[in-house]
Design a protein around this ligand. Sequence first.
Ligand SMILES: Nc1ncnc2c1ncn2[C@@H]1O[C@H](COP(=O)(O)OP(=O)(O)OP(=O)(O)O)[C@@H](O)[C@H]1O
Length: 318
Amino acid sequence: MNELDTPADLGTPTLSELEAEAVHTRPAFGEHAHILCDNLVRIYKTEGVEVVALQGLDLLIEEGELIAIVGASGSGKSTLLNVLSGLDVPTAGLARVAGTDLLSMTGKDRLRYRREIVGFIWQQTARNLLPYLTARENVKLPSRLAGKRARTAHADELLDLLGIGYCADRRPGELSGGEQQRVAIAVALSNSPEVILADEPTGELDSESSEQVFAALRQANRELGVTAVVVTHDALVSEHVDRTVGIRDGRTSSETLRRASSDGEIIAEEYAVLDRVGRLQLPRDFTNALDMERRVRLELERDHIGVWPDKPRPEGAE
Ligand SMILES: Nc1ncnc2c1ncn2[C@@H]1O[C@H](COP(=O)(O)OP(=O)(O)OP(=O)(O)O)[C@@H](O)[C@H]1O
């Protein structure tokens, strides 16, 4: 017997029992998250060429959060949203939304997931709505498709909540782009999903209409408690959401958190993301400014970690 082990019959737990308990009680990564991406990888293969669109992406989103995902063109935003919406299947990793494992779904599960668990808003206003149905009929359609009773009162409540009750009897052609996108949000909410996902919902809109669309997303998030994830290029997005997640090269790289200070002022603070094994992606403009390449020197201080270029220190430097 290992000398650190104590016989169990003395009532004191053995070392191995303590180890087993520690493993058992430590929560799994993102155990309670509403949306979990754990080491997500998506590789596209076209004509023998491989493109790694997601390279081990980790992301946790709590129930009821409203977050934006930003990043340069080609960073993997749409790939991530396609995975979360159940349209695409990742190559490896773990993706779970509202308790549904997106990698092991059967075809039938996938249909149910797309009809009942998530709602989707596309960038192209025309793709979200059927042109020959009124706004109200468009909002009732997802319930019909899911084989449920489509309630007019529920459709009207959703349109009122998003400030477009006056559009109920109009067809998409009689609505502005911003109104169409707000009707599209009502359509996405029609089956009371747990999560709504929006891909560039303001991409085709002017700034005033964009404001109204973001206000409608926030209203849905607050009043209905639905978790909302918005992919956007809109530079002003962090003013509208609680958290902005930056993606770079298929990984989450930064987060901007928006919170109210003690005197009520809204402050947006940017953070770098530290992954589970302690990896940190330094912003490229920081590393370029200090000519940092390949390796850096680290120093642990009392309340921070210093990161220094790999160059000899000047004589007499502290
Ligand atoms: N179906 C596909 N087949 C092959 N490569 C793809 C496919 N879809 C995306 N990619 C590649 O994967 C990478 C990530 O693309 P993705 O569309 O997710 O980026 P994005 O951040 O949404 O870009 P954008 O802002 O321009 O829409 C890119 O290099 C892209 O060329």
